[in-house]
Write a protein that binds this ligand. Structure first.
Ligand SMILES: *Cc1c(COP(=O)(O)O)cnc(C)c1O
Length: 525
């Protein structure tokens, strides 16, 4: 991603060759570009767009140098300094060409998401088809909140949602909408769950009159490994994060149905009111998948809204080999799936899907200027937590068309196979501890050179290794905590990453680990 320091062009606005007619001219009206060249729609605008996009393409491709490190290694302090000197809102403009050059330090110090050794988060290399879609959707700038701002886009998104509902086994009554990602999708699921429960149980329309009296007793169930946005949604929904009750998971980090039964019985005894059950298909740390069929049974039995957070694992639906892991997802009342993770689409891109689209009635809302009552055209605004909304559905559309289900399935399969190989490699090495067998492609492990190393020291050492890898720019690896002890994590999303790439990182970890042990024998915090 980065260039060696000696190759860096001098930063700052002055580096531009073309800025003679701009910036510090006395008569600012002289330096104003013609309005024609600011927008599309004229010949001059088209020409500016073409040259600007070419310049942009060159700048981007320069930043993605093959064999460069996945990060420049620049420290937070240096970045703060670099940008402290940069004017953000200058009095007069310097011209577009020069402005584009000022983005160079941004590109140079970005994390190389397409690098084979960038393996930290659920943060994918974006597919080129998605980048093409991104250019189209931003240039056309359709807004999904009303049909007259996005005629074709509204119908394409609706069709995409229909086929996604098919993909996850929802029938014809399925519905949904594109979202900014799992956070918003999980919120939508729990929002609908709350509205339905309040209406059926207390006759309260929360949208109109706020929470019912007994809201303090309402509970949401999820596993210990569920994403933090379940708690966040509970907070935003006025229930408070204490409304979330976590159910124990097993050694494979999947929710235990027996523990769920026990928790439900306890809540009943305490006269608390569980109304939603969140299952996770692909936990963020381990990729583990809750036993969805068994959870669906409990949800039906206890009349709970069953929401499945498949932000990460939803992509398994494309894999003939691994689809069975999602068995039961078709019984979920709602689900979240993110395309900016294992579907390789640029951020942001997610979807919220609903098994019974009529449930949207709980949040129905009409704005006279967007979707007046009785309107004859579809307006997606009432299905979304957003008003103005991007046409993100175009990204998976172009990518699915280009690659097909089978092509996507193969990519997913390859990354899962790699994770299995990496797990074997870790288990066979003497300096590593595999924390859990991977389910999808997240591998959690520790550098543990001796079996008797104290937890506190182990935590310090693993954190220090991770920081040093990032600082040197060698690899981008994630950290997490398992049972109170720091662990390292690879999220092997990139289908280009090979076992050799990972083995090289493990070597680097061992080298750093042994020198860090030597220089700091005492426990540090
Ligand atoms: C990433 C993730 C989320 C959050 O989704 P965003 O797209 O970041 O908003 C929620 N749940 C799970 C399991 C995730 O992996």
């Amino acid at each position: 991603m980065n260039k060696p320091p000696e190759e860096r062009p001098a930063s700052s606005a002055k580096s531009s060759a073309e800025s003679t007619d701009s910036a510090d001219g006395e008569d600012s009206s002289d330096s104003m570009p013609s309005e024609e060249s600011l927008f599309l729609g004229s010949e001059k605008g088209a020409e500016t767009y073409r040259t600007t996009m070419e310049q942009t393409t060159d700048a981007i491709l320069d930043a993605f140098v093959e064999n460069a490190d996945p990060y420049s290694g620049t420290s937070p302090e240096s970045l703060r300094e670099e940008f402290a000197e940069m004017e953000m809102i200058p009095d007069s403009g310097e011209g577009l060409e020069s402005a584009l050059e000022s983005a160079e330090p941004v590109l140079r110090n970005s994390v190389g998401v397409s690098d084979r050794q960038c393996l930290a988060h659920l943060h994918c290399p974006p597919m080129i088809s998605g980048l093409a879609a991104e250019a189209m959707l931003s240039a056309t700038n359709q807004s999904m909140d009303s049909w007259d701002q996005s005629p074709a886009a509204t119908h394409l998104e609706t069709r995409m949602v229909e086929e996604l509902c098919d993909l996850f086994g929802y029938g014809d009554s399925g519905d949904g909408v594109f979202t900014s990602g799992g956070t918003q999708s999980n919120f939508m699921g729990l929002l609908l769950a709350r509205e339905r429960f309040a209406k059926e149980r207390f006759g309260t329309n929360v949208q109109r009159s706020g929470l019912p009296h007994r809201a303090k007793a309402m509970r949401i169930l999820c596993s210990e490994e569920a994403h933090f946005t379940a708690e966040q949604a509970a907070a935003h929904l006025g229930l408070g994060e204490n409304a979330v009750v976590t159910v124990e998971s097993n050694d494979d980090r999947e929710m235990c149905p027996d523990a769920l039964d026990q928790t439900l019985a306890e809540l009943d005894e305490r006269e608390l009111l569980p109304f939603a059950l969140v299952g996770t298909a692909g936990t963020t740390d381990f990729g583990s998948i809750d036993p969805l069929d068994e959870l669906a049974e409990r949800a039906e039995e206890h009349d709970l809204w069953f929401h499945v957070d498949a932000a990460y694992g939803g992509a398994l639906a494309l894999s003939d080999r691994h689809r069975d892991l999602l068995s039961g997802i078709d019984r979920a009342d709602s689900l979240s799936v993110d395309f900016h993770k294992l579907f390789y689409q640029p951020i942001s891109c997610g979807a919220f899907l609903l098994r019974d689209g009529s449930q949207y009635e709980h949040i129905a809302r009409n704005a006279s200027y967007l979707n007046p009552e009785g309107a004859s055209v579809p307006n997606l605004v009432a299905k979304s937590a957003q008003t103005t909304r991007r046409f993100d559905a175009l990204k998976p559309f172009l990518s699915f068309r280009a690659l097909g289900r089978d092509g996507f399935g193969m990519l997913v399969d390859e990354t899962i196979a790699l994770a299995e190989e990496v797990a074997e490699l870790l288990a066979s090495g003497s300096s590593f501890e595999l924390v859990a067998e991977p389910t999808i492609n997240a591998v959690v492990f520790r550098y543990r050179p001796t079996s008797d190393m104290a937890d506190e020291r182990l935590s310090w050492l693993n954190e220090a290794i991770r920081e040093s890898l990032l600082r040197e720019g060698d690899a981008v690896v994630a950290r997490t905590e398992v049972d109170g002890v720091t662990a390292l994590k690879f999220t092997l999303l990139n289908p280009r990453t090979t076992l050799t790439d990972v083995a090289d990182i493990l070597d680097a970890i061992e080298r750093r680990g042994s020198s860090l042990r030597a220089v700091s024998p005492e426990v540090k915090r």
